[in-house]
Design a protein around this ligand. Structure first.
Ligand SMILES: [Mn+2]
Length: 317
C-alpha cells in the first residue's frame, strides 16, 4: 500500500507565479490526484450575512492572493506540501436564495471529502458555512474542540427569523452536540454585543473567551498556553473569521470591528499550536469588494497556509 509521493505546487520554469490559472497556492486540483490528505475547498456563499455582503467572492480572491505562498515554513520548520497531499478541491456548488438548502449542499460536499479521510481547509463565504463543515468533521471525529478566532461570539440565536445565519453557527453546533462544551475557545472577541447576558449565554455554548485586550496585557506565549490547556487532546476544529484582525490588517470583511489583532500577533498565536490534532479548518468572511491593496486577501491566503502547516504537524495524522 502507501500513496504516491505528494504532488506539490505548480513548477513550470517559464511560467511565473502570477501567470496561469490560480488554484490555491498553485497546488494541483483534486481531480489530478488519487488521494488528498488536505483539501482546500471554496464556499462562495454569503446569504447568512447580517451587514456588508460580498463574502461569496472570497474564495476566488483568496486563491488569487495565494500565488506567493512558498514551500517552506521557516518558523514551524515544515514543508506543508511535502509530507501530505494538499489539493484545491474547487468550490461547492451552492446558490444564494435558500440557506437551509445551501447548508445541506455544503455538508454533503464536506462529507464526501471527510469520508475519504481528507481534512478540509475551507475558504468562505460567510461564517454560516462553519456549521455544515463542523457537522461533517464531527461525523468522522466525534465532538470537536473548537478554536474560534473572531471579533464576535457567533453564539447568538435567531436573526430576522433565521436560526441559521452567520452569527449562530456555534450555538447551533452546541445544541446539536457536535462540539465539546468543555473544550471550546474564542480568541480576539471584542464586539457586536447588545447586552451582557449574551456573554453568559455564550458560556452555555461551551466557550471561554480570550478577548482582544488580552493581546495587550499578556504575552502571546501565555495566551497560547491557555488555548492549549482549554483544547486538551481533543480533535480540534479551527475557525478563523478574518475580522479577528484589526480592520487595518483586514478591511475587507462583512462586520468589521476596530481594535483587533495585528496579523503578526495572530500568526504568532497560531504558530504555537503545533502538535494538536487538527481535523478541519475554515477561513471566512473575506468580502473582497472592500479590500485595498489585497491586504485582506493576502492575510486570508496566508492564514490558510499556516493552518495547512499545522495540519502537517498534527498528532494522529
Ligand atoms: Mn464570525
Amino acid at each position: 500500500m502507501g500513496n504516491p509521493a505528494p504532488i506539490g505546487q505548480r513548477h513550470e520554469p517559464e511560467m511565473p507565479r502570477y501567470g496561469g490559472i490560480a488554484t490555491y497556492a498553485l497546488l494541483p486540483r483534486i481531480e489530478e490526484v488519487t488521494h488528498a490528505d488536505v483539501a482546500v475547498l471554496g464556499i462562495p456563499f454569503d446569504s447568512g450575512t447580517s451587514f456588508r455582503p460580498g463574502a461569496r467572492f472570497g474564495p476566488a480572491h483568496i486563491r488569487e492572493n495565494s500565488r506567493q505562498l512558498h514551500p517552506y515554513h521557516q518558523f514551524l520548520n515544515v514543508f506543508p506540501f511535502d509530507s501530505q497531499q494538499v489539493v484545491d478541491a474547487g468550490d461547492v456548488a451552492v446558490g444564494p436564495y435558500d440557506i437551509p438548502r445551501a447548508v445541506a449542499a455544503i455538508e454533503a460536499a464536506a462529507r464526501r471529502l471527510v469520508e475519504q479521510g481528507t481534512r478540509i481547509v475551507a475558504l468562505g463565504g460567510d461564517h454560516t458555512v462553519a456549521l455544515p463543515l463542523m457537522r461533517a468533521a464531527a461525523t468522522a471525529h466525534g465532538p470537536l474542540a473548537v478554536l474560534h478566532f473572531d471579533a464576535h461570539l457567533d453564539t447568538w440565536d435567531t436573526c430576522h427569523g433565521a436560526s441559521v445565519w452567520h452569527g449562530s453557527p456555534f450555538r447551533r453546533a452546541a445544541e446539536e452536540g457536535i462540539i465539546d462544551l468543555n473544550h471550546c475557545q474564542h480568541v480576539g472577541t471584542r464586539g457586536g454585543i447588545y447586552d451582557p447576558s449574551e456573554l453568559a449565554d455564550d458560556r452555555e455554548s461551551g466557550f471561554e473567551i480570550i478577548d482582544s485586550e488580552a493581546f495587550q496585557d499578556q504575552k502571546v506565549s501565555d495566551i497560547v498556553a491557555q488555548i492549549r490547556q482549554r483544547l486538551g487532546a481533543r480533535p480540534v476544529y479551527i475557525s478563523v473569521d478574518i475580522d479577528v484582525l484589526d480592520p487595518a490588517h483586514a478591511p475587507a470583511t462583512g462586520t468589521p470591528e476596530v481594535g483587533g489583532l495585528a496579523t503578526r500577533e495572530f500568526f504568532r498565536a497560531l504558530r504555537g499550536l503545533s502538535g494538536l490534532n487538527i481535523v478541519g479548518c475554515d477561513v471566512v468572511e473575506v468580502a473582497p469588494a472592500y479590500d485595498h491593496g489585497d491586504i485582506t486577501g493576502l492575510a486570508a491566503a496566508h492564514t490558510a497556509w499556516e493552518l495547512i502547516s499545522l495540519i502537517a504537524l498534527s498528532e494522529n495524522r
